[in-house]
Design a protein around this ligand. Structure first.
Ligand code: CA2
Length: 191
């Protein structure tokens, strides 16, 4: 990853349904195509992808406080998530920023990019950011909130999150495995 810059981890098209439902989908698509005429940009199937969003200081992973946050770097985690998404033929976008406004911009942009699901570790903004919460509520893209550490077993100020009540779910305390579980959930949800 690079701080402040999005990294496209995979570029594969979302394949849509598979097996029996693919056959049904194909048939319906064919019937609709007859009625609607040739495919236009408007009715073309939109690509769906998953956005992994990392908040402030998570660029330091693996370099400091391994006792709390583990030994893996953010690059390691993103690479692992990328291969997980690739195996499911889904495109993944990973973005980390130390700046609240950049994270808000990234969430707003997601609406126009076919992002179907967000996996979010808001970092320290978990406990402070109404702006990030408002952005997620505005785009109405479902998300899972992930924390490496168990925020309920630490200082009292970490117990409150501005995101948990509007999240599809919350995972905390499972280290980097939490991201993989969240992505697994997201991959199943958008199928
Ligand atoms: O446990 C988590 O994932 C947190 O979201 C991490 C945030 C913290 O403010 C939240 O309460 C819980 C902090 C991220 C800081 O990451 C560092 C990584 C390595 C070294 C120092 C900080």
């Amino acid at each position: 990853h690079s701080v402040g810059a999005p990294s496209r981890l995979t570029f594969q098209d979302y394949p849509g349904n598979s097996g029996q439902s693919a056959a049904i989908y194909g048939k319906l698509a064919h019937m609709n195509a007859k009625k609607a005429g040739p495919k236009t940009a408007k009715n073309a199937k939109k690509k769906r992808c998953i956005l992994i969003l990392h908040g402030p200081n998570l660029n330091l992973l693996g370099q400091r406080e391994p006792g709390i946050y583990g030994h893996e770097t953010l690059t390691d985690i993103n690479a692992s998530l990328a291969s997980q998404a690739k195996a499911a033929s889904v495109e993944l976008i990973a973005f980390q920023s130390n700046h609240e406004g950049d994270l808000v911009d990234r969430i707003q942009a997601a609406r126009n990019e076919g992002v179907a699901f967000i996996v979010l570790n808001p970092g320290g903004y978990t406990h402070t950011s109404i702006a990030l919460r408002d952005a997620l509520a505005a785009v109405a893209i479902p998300f899972v909130e992930v924390h490496l550490s168990n925020i309920h077993a630490r200082e009292p100020f970490r117990r409150h999150s501005y995101f948990s009540d509007i999240a599809a779910g919350v995972i905390c305390g499972l280290g980097s495995h939490g991201y993989r579980l969240a992505l697994d959930f997201a991959l199943n949800r958008i199928r």
